[in-house]
Design a protein around this ligand. Sequence first.
Ligand code: SAM
Length: 287
Amino acid sequence: MSKIVNPSLVAKIMKERGFNTKKRFGQNFLIDQNIVNRIVNSAELEKDDWVIEIGPGLGALTTLMSEVAQCVVAMEIDTHLVSILEELIDQPNINIVEGDALAIDWEKCLTGHGWKDEPLKLVANLPYYLTTPLIMKALESDLPFKSVVVMVQKEVAERILAKPNSKDFGVLSLAVQYYSEPSLVANVPRTVFIPSPAVDSAVIKLKPISPLVDAPRKELFEVIRASFQQRRKTIRNALKPLIKSWGISSEQIDDALARAKIESNVRGECLALEDYGVLTKELMRGV
Ligand code: SAM
């Protein structure tokens, strides 16, 4: 299959095979070779690398990645696309796996294709309707990803990259930044897709890290979620639901805030991940 990605080639492949894009699968295919190159280059693939790709579509990224990486395992939910890909692709180091990437056991799938702990990367132009669950699945998995490069809606990228004291900062920023260092690779206009989506996109790169915060993960995210449940509330009031769920008193919340050196009238969006770590541990002293 040609690695040249352009509107007439994509339209031709679709017409010849009677394929119509499905909105419910978030199908927006890349038709701009520069963007495809940019995404693949930012993954810095090397010849030993194995790559998980979610949603190969018509193979725009897949074929280019297979020229460098040792193996690409591409998971595609759409049966019709899988049959088109199987017909178009003849590279032996591309494995097309039919199924829902959210439901597939990635480790089993990789080892089933011969993966033996080689360096692993994830690269994808993600379907918009599953962006957050797929990113969190990658970050929460025990797989040793060296990097995760994904195209997402611009607004989601802004939330992932946001720092405290900004309107975009929230649970998603903290969840992604707990597991990784995110950076912006490129902003992408809607014109580089067929069909053109209603929103602009961005490519981001996540470098997994060992969490810098040592509070227990479950409790840390209970505190974070409570803090952002109603953004306009002060942290003191936002934490009130913990009185019931954790069985602590409002005095214990006040004491924990004081020990964590956090003003009780600030809002959740003013606190950094490290603040939430300290606060969680102080709140847990009262449990
Ligand atoms: N990679 C192609 C490209 O860049 O041109 C297609 C990207 S398109 C935004 C998203 C792709 O993900 C589509 O091929 C769609 O069928 C596939 N997809 C949607 N939901 C999926 C799921 N749950 N598991 C695997 N693939 C999925």
